[in-house]
Ligand binder design. Structure first.
Ligand code: ADE
Ligand code: ZN
Length: 336
């Protein structure tokens, strides 16, 4: 099974590029840029990664991002992630980036996006991994700030596939961002949103009916609302579930208690993703391995998860067909 998981062709749809900042790179960039860190060593950083909810993580995550200053920093960050993707047989990835985390510190939007997209272009050429970029608005900041960010981004529109909504969920409902998502849709961007990670099913309804999202990021709280479960199944709205993240942020006590398999069994289009792998103890391959073990997933479940992610990706039908073909070949090898 371990080998089957390792070689399963994967698509990752929920990954914050700032969440791939490993402590080693954090230290290297701090030194390169003359930024003081509140940690004495890499071990010290890892020891600080004890979270009790989303906010306790976000405080440390935004502090870590302070070492990212130059285009080369964003390039190096993204390149390191793509090399992890290659090791995990990730064939396509859709990457969130949070421009406001950087523009608020005086880093230009161009610095952020140019570094990431240069690494993604090199990654496609050299590693054969295709990608999309999703611009996320920080929901703990104002709706006006989100609108300003969208306007700043428009000159780079050809490089941005969709918009998203992340950061502190509780108290920041999707409806607060209606105007910016309306504007993004008018500009031709599809949308996704974090909803139902810690927040109530009502936030998922708002993301669906108000923001008109194509996918829900997390969405695990949907299980509390049978009508919502029916809607998600009927419209085949993908959930980008992040099992190890949910454990680290205490959404579930233990991986054995995670509802991923129940969501699948209820007919929902569930996918497995890593969220912020440098902080949560594993990239997408490790999320598959740990979840398969804890929930006793078999080859049919793994195949379903992989195909769901292909179907949920912002890819042309021909590219989706190619990836389904790779999964066919994986399945055929398993049968041998
Ligand atoms: N930003 C980075 N990771 C996040 C998460 N798990 N939830 C909300 N915002 C985030
Ligand atoms: Zn996330």
């Amino acid at each position: 099974m371990q080998d089957a998981i390792a070689t399963l062709p994967k698509v990752e749809l929920h990954l914050h590029i700032e969440g791939t900042l490993e402590p080693e790179l954090m230290f290297a960039l701090a030194e390169r840029n003359g930024v003081e860190l509140p940690y004495a060593s890499v071990e010290d950083v890892r020891a600080a990664y004890q979270f009790h909810d989303l906010q306790s993580f976000l405080d440390i995550y935004y502090a870590g991002a302070r070492v990212l200053l130059t285009e080369q920093d964003f390039y190096d960050l993204t390149r390191a992630y793509l090399e992890r993707c290659q090791a995990d047989h990730v064939r396509h990835t859709e990457i969130f980036f949070d421009p406001q985390t950087h523009t608020e510190r005086g880093v230009a939007f161009a610095t952020v996006i140019d570094g990431i997209r240069r690494a993604l272009a090199d990654g496609e050429r050299e590693l054969g991994i295709t990608s999309r970029m999703i611009l996320c608005f920080l929901r703990h900041l104002s709706a006006d700030a989100a609108m300003e960010t969208l306007e700043t981004a428009l000159p780079w529109r050809e490089h941005i596939h969709a918009v998203g909504l992340d950061s502190a969920e509780l108290g920041n409902p999707p409806e607060r961002f209606q105007a910016v998502f309306d504007r993004a849709r008018a500009e031709g961007f599809p949308a996704v949103a974090h909803a139902g990670e810690e927040g109530p099913p009502e936030y998922i309804w708002q993301a669906l009916d108000g923001l008109r999202v194509a996918r829900i990021d997390h969405g695990v709280q949907a299980e509390q609302d049978p009508a919502l479960m029916e809607r998600l199944a009927r419209d085949r709205i993908p959930l980008t579930v992040c099992p190890l993240s949910n454990i680290k942020l205490c959404v579930f006590d233990r991986l054995e208690d995670h509802n991923l398999k129940r969501l699948m069994d209820a007919g929902l289009c569930v996918t497995i993703n890593s969220d912020d792998p440098a902080y949560f103890g594993g990239y997408v391959g490790e999320n598959f391995r740990a979840t398969a073990q804890a929930l006793q997933l078999g080859p049919d479940d793994l195949e379903r998860l992989a195909r769901n992610a292909v179907d949920a990706a912002f890819l042309e039908p021909e590219a989706q067909q190619r990836l389904h073909g790779e999964i066919d070949a994986w399945r055929a090898r398993l049968a041998d």
